[in-house]
Design a protein around this ligand. Sequence first.
Ligand code: FRU
Length: 576
Amino acid sequence: MKVCTPHVPRNDLRMIEMNPRTPLSANMRRLLPVLVLLLAAHTFAQPQAAPTASAASTPWQPKLHFYAPPNWINDPNGPILVNGQYQLFFQYNPFGDQWGHMSWGHAASSDLVHWKQLPVALPEENGVSIFSGSTVEDRDNSSGLCAEPGQKTPGCLVALYTGSAHDPQNGDKQNQNLAFSRDGGTTWTKYSGNPVIDLGLKDFRDPKVFWHASSQSWIMAVSLATQHKVRFYRSKNLRQWEQAGEFGPAGSVSGVWECPDLFELPVRESAGKHDALGKIVDHRWVLSVNVNPGAPAGGSGDQYFVGQFDGSHFTEDHPGSGPHWADYGKDFYASTSFSNTPAGQDRLWIAWMGNWDYAGKLPSLPGRGEMTVPRSLYLRQPPAHASLTPSQEPLVLVQQAILSTPSFQPSKALFGGSPYQTIAQANEKIVSGKLSGSAYLLRVTLDPGDAAEAGVRLRRSSADPSQPAAEETVVGITSATGHIFVDRTHSGKTDWAPEFPARVSAPLKHSQANSIRLEIVVDHNSVEVFAEDGETVLTNLIYPSASSTGLAFYSTPTPPGVGPALVRGVEFIPLD
Ligand code: FRU
């Protein structure tokens, strides 16, 4: 979705934009209301209907990312760890591969990489779509909905979600609702007292609820989307909510604010050498706000604020220092963190790997929409700066891909080593080791030396690093500007939306450093780049040919006598 004006119902916009290739005849337009009613009746009659007939498979079906073929998905909703299993809910159309009939789909995983899709958790019903929200485990039965009062209820989940009622006459209405599951998320009951918060507003959505120990309350962060505000509510029982503080407008306000999240993270010191994990020196709160449009790469993106939360108000440490973006790629939106991860364990989050600029036009996988790899989070102090002490500069959000859980232990690196190698030497090893693939983890420390540009070319149509390739995705560092970029203009199928082929870039936070550490997660149709140990991240979808599996380091030429680009610590971990 490009724009969300107060005058146009959101759902209408989405339906128009997401079916751009199916112009309607005048007759069809007249018939549309009737068809919509018929479809709605059909939908309500069978809310758990099986997905639409499956389409042919493609080379882009992700290996490491959750998707729900052959149907549509967007935001992740209410990810939670319960009874040792990760539960993931998500925006899901049970009836097709375009946005519509929003319901909560459901999947579960024990390692955050392999997911099993389960029956729909919360279906659209009576004209009310189930928009984004969150879940918590109500172990003490604070809601009174999990069992008889007084009983402990481990495994009872409570979901808070937005009910979005489509009303063509008066405009949509969005309010906050509750559902509960006494069996760890398998079956759900919508609360009879819904809605639990109703302001009669059209753009009021995406409640994120968590337990705030110091105020002994449940807290909800929810978005007043077109006002660019996150509002906080407080509750003892998850059913009755009283208003607390508000945050915003702040940072990027060029688009609607959606899917807020609020959580506390450890602050790690900037470990001098930059590749060791610094020790925990503090804790701070992060308010994540997804914005659409207005992200640095165009369209949808996630900005974050760092500060303090006292149970009512969020106060930014460095007001006006932003916007700070979690990800500079085109395909990272609607991020949300997992509830219930054990104390002492990193907070995890996951996002929709997509962008409303073109989500409805994506080539079918089959199905449209997929999630990013889950990522663990912490805050890092910036390195001491000549004129500023670290506390005067904003802390940096660090994200690290979860791909090394025990059941997904990467096989050994195919080549590595600590001494630096020239680009030519490293490429010789790629050839001799026959390194290629369409799903892998690549780690490398890159020193661009005096080269204007250096990096790695992925998913190439040529296996020979010395040969040009018609198809490739380039991850590179531009020395003069201190930027890292991902160029997908020749990444494969790119002609299906004008916004898709792009070179997107991010300012490096340590552009003065001699070398930049990169971890790149390559999958059948995506490239997630974690630079500077996760301080700078770029997530992008690609649609390459199955045969484009080549890999090559490169640099622009350097004349004799000046420092060539070098690589070190290369690890190539096949994941196919
Ligand atoms: C974000 C979003 C949410 C909304 C959901 C509807 O992508 O627009 O604000 O709840 O998608 O599918």
